[in-house]
Design a protein around this ligand. Structure first.
Ligand code: BG6
Length: 514
């Protein structure tokens, strides 16, 4: 099916500004030698520069513990941008220009003198580059460093009172806390020196176009919204699959695991956007209010029959994309008998009027056969009195592809031409790339830009984060107390452990084949 472009613009969407002007500022990245800076943050800044979306007066300072000169840091970042930028090859003359505003600052995270010298360097950059004293501090370190960095920033007056003309904002990379108790503690800690308006809890899934489109899809198309409930929906599946393993993040991963790294944030954000009620408007707090209600309506996981609700897995060696790969326990900085999960499947219920009795099946795994993040809305089958719609297959599925091939498809039955009443499933398909002629920008581009412009709509509010931890902490505790006896329990390149199949098959349903 082809879809024609229409000139219609939803007036509701116009309430939110489509172009934001970021203020002049300096972005300081803590943990600048880490994986995230190389894979996401610098490529995002480079692309913002390429599209003319950075403020005209801007600088980026990488703060980390390793000794390095500005030149060394710039050259490493050029390698990273060449590898990970969504637009390649890198424009050398643009890079030359852009890299002149990239700097490196070496210090331990708890060293007072490092913050004093940072303060001086930033003031000097303000003078030479006209960045007006405004600051974004991006905490992209292991979460255990957040409290000390925040405290030092505050002690050294790098955080300003909100009454100041110049502003300071802090982006906290997820996960915000590692369970409910630590998240509450972290929240109380940061509240002692930051106003909520200065706190930006990032979940980069919220910056993805396809994720933002969920609201437009649901609330600007009456054909979907009127069917979006327990009367018509059989179940919902959300899949987050990656071919990659944990790479160089062994140390971090051993502290985290899949539930903390992906489910508590990215997957739960998708659940809330699929399940929420229409907000009263598209303002940040109205949307967040509705999302929190969803999280608070999710049925707590029971203590008995736990395996019917939560399954974990860890990848062993195997083959991905025809290449032999090692198991999780063989990865660098991973304990040889590690019990940390690289796969999670959950079955949950949202106990409210809209979703009563509708199961949500969620799965997230590393070293899967392919990379795919997808939401599948499986509708109830039509009564099989006229046509044989099959017992075990769902006739109508709305598949929302978050990535790759961003877009969506609607599966339905069609009569096969000929004398028989035979049915064949067909798909109507929409792809962002084909239709809009461009791939959507990287989520980090949008989010960094929003933070520099003071717009927190696409960042998580504290009660959202706490509600998500409140729900998932009992699983973490259960898993902590009961060591899995069968790890590694899935081969790299497979779709996860056997128990995850059972989790859904027990309800006479199947995971979608992606
Ligand atoms: C990060 C997780 O938040 O998201 C990683 O820490 C994961 O483990 C990544 O690989 C996936 O992001 P994306 O945008 O590639 O889906």
């Amino acid at each position: 099916m082809s879809i024609k472009r229409s000139a219609f613009v939803n007036p509701l969407l116009e309430q939110t500004p489509s172009t934001k002007t970021p203020d002049p500022c300096i972005l300081v990245i803590f943990g600048a030698t880490g994986d995230l800076t190389a894979r996401k943050l610098l490529p995002a800044l480079y692309n913002l520069a390429r599209e003319g979306q950075l403020p005209p007066h801007f600088a980026c300072v990488g703060f980390a513990r390793r000794e390095k000169t500005n030149e060394m840091f710039r050259s490493e970042m050029l390698d990273a941008v060449s590898k990970y930028s969504r637009v390649k090859p890198v424009d050398k003359s643009l890079w030359e220009q852009f890299s002149q505003c990239v700097f490196y600052h070496q210090s331990e995270f708890d060293d007072d003198s490092g913050y004093e010298s940072l303060k001086k360097s930033l003031a000097e950059l303000d003078r030479t580059l006209g960045t007006k004293g405004n600051r974004v501090f991006y905490l992209s370190t292991a979460p255990s460093y957040f409290p000390v960095i925040g405290e030092k920033l505050s002690q050294h007056k790098l955080i300003y009172p909100i009454t100041d003309q110049k502003w300071s904002r802090v982006i906290f990379e997820k996960p915000f806390g590692r369970d409910l108790t630590s998240a509450i503690e972290l929240q109380q800690h940061v509240e002692s020196y930051l106003d909520e308006s200065q706190i930006y809890r990032i979940d980069h899934y919220l910056g993805k176009e396809t994720v933002q489109n969920l609201l437009a899809l649901r609330f600007s198309n009456s054909i979907f919204e009127s069917l979006w409930n327990k009367n018509h929906i059989d179940h919902v599946q959300i899949t987050f699959a990656e071919e990659i393993g944990i790479g160089t993040r062994g140390k971090l991963w051993e502290e985290a695991g899949m539930l903390r790294d992906v489910v508590q944030n990215h997957i739960m954000q998708l659940v809330t956007l699929v399940a929420m009620e229409p907000p009263i408007n598209l303002k940040a707090n109205s949307i967040r209010d509705e999302k929190v209600k969803v999280l608070e309506s999710i049925r707590p996981f029971p203590h008995n029959h736990f395996d019917r609700f939560a399954v974990r897995g860890q990848y062993g060696p195997g083959y991905v994309d025809g290449k032999e790969v090692i198991g999780y326990r063989q990865e660098e900085n991973v304990a040889r008998h590690s019990m940390v999960e690289t796969y999670v499947a959950l079955r949950l219920f949202i106990d409210n009027w809209r979703w009563d009795g509708v199961p949500f099946y969620l799965r997230a795994g590393k070293r899967m056969p392919k990379r795919a993040t997808q939401i599948d809305i499986a509708f109830k089958n039509a009564p099989g009195v006229l046509f044989n719609t099959g017992n075990n297959t769902i006739s109508n599925v709305l598949a929302i592809r978050v990535q790759p091939n961003e877009g969506m498809s609607l599966k339905m039955n069609c009569k096969v031409p000929g004398p028989d009443n035979a049915l064949q499933p067909v798909k109507m398909d929409f792809q962002y790339g084909n239709f809009f002629g461009t791939t959507p920008p990287e989520a980090y581009e949008r989010l960094i830009c929003d933070c520099m412009a003071g717009d927190s709509t696409l960042f998580a509010r504290s009660d959202e984060v706490l509600a998500s931890w409140r729900l998932l902490t009992p699983i973490l505790e259960h898993w902590h107390n009961e060591h899995p006896k069968d790890f590694p329990n899935y081969q790299s390149g497979s779709w996860g452990p056997e128990q995850a199949q059972k989790l859904i098959e027990h309800d006479a349903r199947k995971w979608r084949i992606l």
